[in-house]
Design a protein around this ligand. Sequence first.
Ligand code: ADP
Ligand code: MG
Length: 423
Amino acid sequence: MADVYTPKQRELLRLWQHGKLRRINLLEGSVRSGKTWISLVVWAFWVATMPKGGNYLMVAKTLTSLRRNCLDLLQELVGSRYFSYSISKKEARLFGRLVYLEGVNDARAESKIRGMTLQGAYCDELTLFTEDFFSMLLSRLSCPGAKLIATTNPDSPQHWLKTKYMDRAGELDMMVMKFLIEDNTFLNPAYVENLKKEYVGVFYDRFILGLWKTADGLIYRQFADNPEKWMVDTADPDKIDFISVGVDFGGNRSLTTFVATAVLRGWSGLVVLRDYHIEGRKGEIDADRVAREFVGFVRGLQAEYPHAYIRYGFADCAEQYLIATLRRACAAANLGLKIGDSDKNEIVQRIICTNTLLNTGRLRLMRRCTLVRAGLESAVWDSKAAQAGKDVRLDNFSTDIDILDAFEYSFERFMRKLVREAV
Ligand SMILES: Nc1ncnc2c1ncn2[C@@H]1O[C@H](COP(=O)(O)OP(=O)(O)O)[C@@H](O)[C@H]1O
Ligand SMILES: [Mg+2]
């Protein structure tokens, strides 16, 4: 009979069978190494042996990511007879036990969990939780024999999970098990080779090698070293599915910027077609001026790509008044594009997506897009934040960074279609 688990996964199963799980059990390491799969198997087995009347919780950054990463897989693993869930009720049943479902980002999650007494908790992508949320969660695990099972990819060595928990595992009744891509015997070698090509630098160290590494220096070093490699002089209109424009509104010290990006058919890649900024700071320009210049920008694109569909404009969602003005102006000018809010992804996720697209040759820039080029070349990690264990792009109010915001708004709604996982 073919093996059902990888040797590494068996190691964890043996710990469970011999009653050697701890109060906190963390599976960490490379992407696609088999952590989530086995964590759910062990979680299900364990919950099935625990009291029927206990409170159980499964939590991820958001309910959407919980479902995507864990709930459907858990249902596949144990069958819908033993695991069913309702996202709207935020409840599931696992072997007859009631399991609450929560997203860390949900404003009410914290106060709800604060009032619970938990028998068990499952955490997906633990580094994405706040330290406060996690310590509060641990304080609720107060039943005898209570356990927490969590998975995560590595982050910064200064991350709270590393310094306050993993490095003190001995004192904390905590078990940490490292998983590497090589441990996943179910992946075919060609797939692994391609996966490795998606990452360079700190992301390679973390997601492929499974190391806790600081993000410092240039964010897109590969690009800065040789920008020519990503430049093109034309974009084939037949390959363009649609064009999407990102808009970042200027502040007191920054400019309003537009970036038009072609999304290629089959989500196969992106070409940055045109970039632009409005000269003049806040106070010097008003919403009407922004709207007027935006209409001009889109008309220029229409003239250049008469057969392409300029489908969306995505603007900074914090600026609803400006968005309303833009929407009105586009309707009045009969431009036929939808104006929407920028997505609320973390900047780090946009960075990981951009990096993957660069590394796999799926992001190109028209040579004239000197603003986006300068933005990618000069983007650096914030060294102060890095000392505190956080990955933050330095924002020194330079236009270089504003243009990257606009660039990212143009495609972030499609990130999950463009890359396998934005991690
Ligand atoms: N025991 C297993 N049996 C079959 N396939 C597995 C098993 N463990 C992992 N896999 C495969 O490997 C992929 C990655 O595993 P996953 O647990 O999602 O990795 P991680 O959580 O470490 O990123 C899964 O999507 C699945 O295709
Ligand atoms: Mg996983």
